[in-house]
Design a protein around this ligand. Structure first.
Ligand SMILES: O=P(O)(O)OC[C@H]1O[C@](O)(COP(=O)(O)O)[C@@H](O)[C@@H]1O
Length: 321
């Protein structure tokens, strides 16, 4: 993939953030998601690539979502796999909370995990703890390993975990070990990425969330030298069969970085929709709006924060959808 593709892809996440940010706090997650999806699709169509969505939040019959199998790009560039979440944190936007993102990842054709939209168990850490954690190990072992790798005490660690009933036992175990916890209402992509940035104050992500979010976070962490391990969690026979149809024979197997995203020819792009630890959300200022994005390419190891100032006069369709 050409390095210039990274900057083209930021236009896609910026457009989705600008469109969905208008819905912040308006209690309507469906409209926020629709606005992000439509904006993303429109801008993708101007990007020089032959992309196919291999993992995302919708299946074909659930369109207008960007669905698995959907072709994206103007059809003239490299053949790439795409993982998308036009609006990661629909409830967050609806209620005006933290860490909603417009996010995507692309990799060379057939290098991203092709899987249905289902749950995935995850553990994510930043660069210091790579190779030190094991999704199958007891929680205390992982906490001790990360603490040692970061030259801290377990009591110093901050574990991020979605605030869900299914995590009650895990939360209890983390508390018993003495680590601190940040309970998230939603948004585990930002949480996973945050583990690779020291000043976010986050050491590891644990627990289950969406599989598309797992692949997106894995690409981000590959660019940052971190690690995510995942395990698909089919909830019923239909999900199991969908996995098989997509070529996943052993759904119980641990998915390591190279299973989630092969090689290093991959790009991650995200734009803040609401404010977060890492990215500022969209600001609307009458005739202009500002965005903050993160775009990274694993091959070169370049990590860029991009501040955008957008003219509403010249591109009114960017925000009114
Ligand atoms: O809400 P659930 O079912 O526990 O799913 C968790 C997933 O939902 C999210 O919190 C938000 O997803 P949406 O953007 O689809 O609302 C993800 O970050 C996370 O992976």
């Amino acid at each position: 993939m050409e390095r210039s593709l990274s900057m083209e892809l930021v236009r896609v996440t910026e457009a989705a953030a600008l469109a969905s940010g208008r819905w912040m706090g308006r209690g309507n997650k469906e409209e926020a998601d629709r606005a992000a999806t439509e904006a993303m699709r429109d801008v993708f169509d101007t990007i020089p690539m032959k992309g196919t969505v291999v993992i995302g939040e919708g299946e074909m019959d659930e369109a207008p979502m960007l669905y698995i199998g959907e072709k994206l790009g103007n059809g003239y560039g490299p053949r790439v796999d795409v993982a998308v979440d036009p609006l990661e944190g629909t409830n967050i936007v609806a209620s005006g909370q933290w860490n909603a993102l417009a996010v995507l990842a692309v990799a060379d054709h057939s290098n991203l995990l092709h899987a249905p939209d289902m749950y995935m168990d995850k553990i994510a850490v930043g660069p210091e703890s790579v190779g030190k954690v094991d999704i199958n190990a007891p929680i205390i072992d992982n906490l001790q390993a990360v603490a040692k790798a970061k030259n801290k005490d377990v009591e110093d660690l901050v574990v991020v975990i979605l605030n869900r009933k299914r995590h009650e036992k895990m939360i209890e175990e983390i508390r018993s070990a003495g680590a601190r916890i940040k309970l998230l209402p939603d948004g585990d992509v930002a949480a996973a990425i945050n583990t690779a940035f020291g000043d976010t104050g986050v050491d590891l992500l644990l627990g289950s969330g969406g599989a598309p979010e797992g692949v997106l976070a894995a690409v981000g962490l590959k660019c940052l030298g971190g690690e995510l391990q995942g395990k698909l969690l089919p909830q019923n026979e239909a999900e199991l069969q969908r996995c098989k149809k997509m070529g996943i024979e052993d759904v119980t197997k641990v998915l390591y970085m190279d299973d989630l995203v092969k090689g290093d020819d991959c790009i991650f792009a995200a734009t803040g929709v609401t404010d977060g630890e890492l990215l500022r959300g969209v600001r609307y200022n009458g005739t202009t709006a500002t965005t903050q994005s993160l775009v990274m390419r694993a091959k070169s190891g370049t990590v860029r924060f991009v501040d955008g100032k957008h003219s509403m006069k010249k591109k009114p369709d960017l925000v009114i959808r």
